[in-house]
Each structure stands twice: as structure tokens, then as C-alpha cells.
Design a protein around this ligand. Structure first.
Ligand SMILES: C[S@@+](CC[C@H](N)C(=O)[O-])C[C@H]1O[C@@H](n2cnc3c(N)ncnc32)[C@H](O)[C@@H]1O
Length: 291
């Protein structure tokens, strides 16, 4: 088992996901699940989990996809692996309260963890595979965990400069916040650790968004497909709610009333009776471990 203090090639990510970034995801797990729920159909349709399947969920976070997988694999089981203790605490609590008995979790670095060889029929991930220092090593390690002919199915972000409603709005947000900060890179009230954690997670997230890079990392697989999938991401019930959420991602962050009003205005075009919804896109990636 890997813990936050065990050396790992991904120790910077371990720090972020056991620190302020992971704590934020664990505290706001419902909100992140709502935000990302639009990708679930594409992920699970492609994964085609059968009743007897053994499923590995990589970077499972608070475990919603592990629990969905466990329900589909009613006579099999699902194991969620993640580097983050606070997120796994959340995952275990939700699994127990939902009475799911065929899902388990392990705290480990998926790049190096000694998974049982050929122990799984399918490996899935909803955005948990971008954070490896060495993507090829990580996916090769995950291939060893799959039986010959086993499937890998994951979703990951498209490049941040992709022109979508979401990228335009988040870009405007970043501009409005930078304008308020002036020449200071970050205002003094943000702890340097939290700022560094957020930057580390964001940078890693963006490091695995080019199809060529994805193909390169999946050398241990065959039949690799990388398909764009349009999704709607949900950022909150109202503009004010969505702004509160975005600001809460930077601990201690405050803004002037004028900036706050401009931020709320930026979300307004996307207000629907089902919340603030923006069009975006992800990659759906499928691959097979050679038989
Ligand atoms: C963007 S979150 C996605 C969480 C979850 N899959 C979801 O959809 O809510 C990324 C997850 O990857 C995990 N992670 C990052 N690096 C990892 C690694 N090397 N091994 C295992 N998990 C990792 C993080 O702790 C985090 O839970």
C-alpha cells in the first residue's frame, strides 16, 4: 500500500491529492460528481461491464464510478485505486452507506502498484489517468493487471485551448481574477502550499490531452481509439452558487464586489432550470490488452 509519505514517482501529485486539492474534491464530492456526470454514459457504454466482470477503477476518487461498476458487475467486483486518502475515506463511506458489498478500495500509485497479474477484465477511469510522471510506464503497469483480451476504457480532458463554452467561460474567469490580482502572481491570503498544489494538479491534468500523446502512452495495448465526446458540465444551481464553488477551489480566495458581479455575469448565459450547464468535450479512449 502507498501512503502520502511513501516515496513514489508521483510524490508531487500525492501531496496535492492528499492536501488541499484532494480535500476539496472530498468535501465537494457531490458537486464534482454532478459536474462530471455527463461523461458517465459514454464511459460505461464503452466499458460494457458484464455481470461477472472484475473491474479496476484507476484514480477512482470518491468512488462513484467504482460503485456504478460494482452494481453492473453484480456477480464480479470492482476495486478503486487512488493515491488520495481523503478521497478514499469518502469512497468507503459512500460504499458502506449504499450497502454495496462487492466494491473495495486501495490507496496506491497506479503507475507502480503491484496489481494482481491478469486480475481484471476491464480497467476504467473517469479523469484519473492524467497525473502520472510517466504515462507509458503507468499504462503498461495497468496492462499487466488486465487479463489478455481485457479492456481499458477511460475519459480524459481535451486540450485547454479547445474552443468550447466551458473553456471560454473559464478563460474569462481566469482573466477577471488576474485583473483583480494586478501584478502579484497570487494574492497574499492564498497559502503558497495550496497555490502550488492547485498548479501541480492543473498542469498534470493538461499534460495528457493530445491524442498523439495518448497513443504514445498506450504502447502495451492494441485497437486503441481516441474519440471526441461532447458533454455538458454542470457548475452549480445558480450563477452565484457556481461562483462560490469556483472561488472555493482556491482556499482563502476573496474578490471585490465588482469582480464577483462580473464572474456571476459570465455564467448567466448558461443558466437553465437544471443548473449552470456549459458545453465542453472530453476524449473517450478505448484499448485492449493483446490476447
Ligand atoms: C480529477 S480526479 C477524478 C476522480 C474520479 N475518477 C472522479 O471521476 O470523480 C483525479 C483522481 O486521480 C487520483 N490520482 C492522481 N494520481 C494518481 C496516481 N498516481 N495513482 C492513483 N490515483 C491517482 C487523484 O487522487 C484523484 O482522485
Amino acid at each position: 500500500m502507498t501512503t502520502a509519505t511513501t516515496p513514489t514517482p508521483n510524490s508531487r501529485q500525492a501531496q496535492a491529492w492528499n492536501g488541499s486539492v484532494g480535500t476539496h474534491w472530498a468535501t465537494h464530492h457531490d458537486r464534482y460528481d454532478t459536474m462530471l456526470s455527463g461523461v458517465n454514459d459514454a464511459l460505461f457504454e464503452a466499458a460494457a461491464i458484464g455481470a461477472g466482470d472484475r473491474v479496476l477503477d484507476i484514480g477512482c476518487g470518491a468512488g462513484i464510478t467504482t460503485r456504478i461498476a460494482a452494481r453492473r458487475a453484480a456477480h464480479g467486483h470492482a476495486v478503486g485505486v487512488d493515491i488520495s486518502a481523503p478521497l478514499l475515506d469518502r469512497a468507503r463511506a459512500s460504499t458502506a452507506s449504499e450497502g454495496i458489498t462487492n466494491a473495495a478500495y486501495e490507496q496506491a500509485d497506479a503507475q507502480t502498484h503491484a496489481f494482481p497479474t491478469a486480475g481484471y477484465d476491464v480497467a476504467i477511469s473517469r479523469g484519473g489517468v492524467m497525473f502520472f510522471a510517466d504515462h507509458t510506464a503507468a499504462f503498461t503497469n495497468i496492462a499487466r493487471a488486465l487479463r489478455p483480451g481485457g479492456r481499458l476504457v477511460f475519459v480524459c480532458p481535451q486540450p485547454v485551448d479547445q474552443d468550447t463554452e466551458e473553456s471560454r467561460t473559464l478563460g474569462l474567469f481566469a482573466e477577471l481574477l488576474a485583473r483583480e490580482d494586478g501584478p502579484e502572481e497570487s494574492p497574499g491570503h492564498i497559502s503558497p502550499e495550496a497555490a502550488a498544489d492547485a498548479t501541480a494538479a492543473r498542469t498534470a491534468m493538461a499534460s495528457f490531452s493530445e491524442p498523439a500523446r495518448i497513443h504514445e502512452a498506450l504502447t502495451a495495448y492494441e485497437d486503441v481509439t481516441v474519440t471526441p465526446v461532447p458533454v455538458e458540465t454542470v457548475w452549480g444551481q445558480t450563477s452565484a452558487d457556481a461562483v462560490d464553488f469556483i472561488l472555493s477551489r482556491t482556499p482563502g480566495r476573496t474578490v471585490t464586489a465588482a469582480t464577483r458581479a462580473a464572474l456571476e455575469e459570465a455564467f448567466r448565459p448558461y443558466a437553465t432550470e437544471f443548473g449552470i450547464r456549459m458545453r465542453a468535450g472530453v476524449w473517450l479512449v478505448t484499448a485492449v490488452r493483446p490476447a
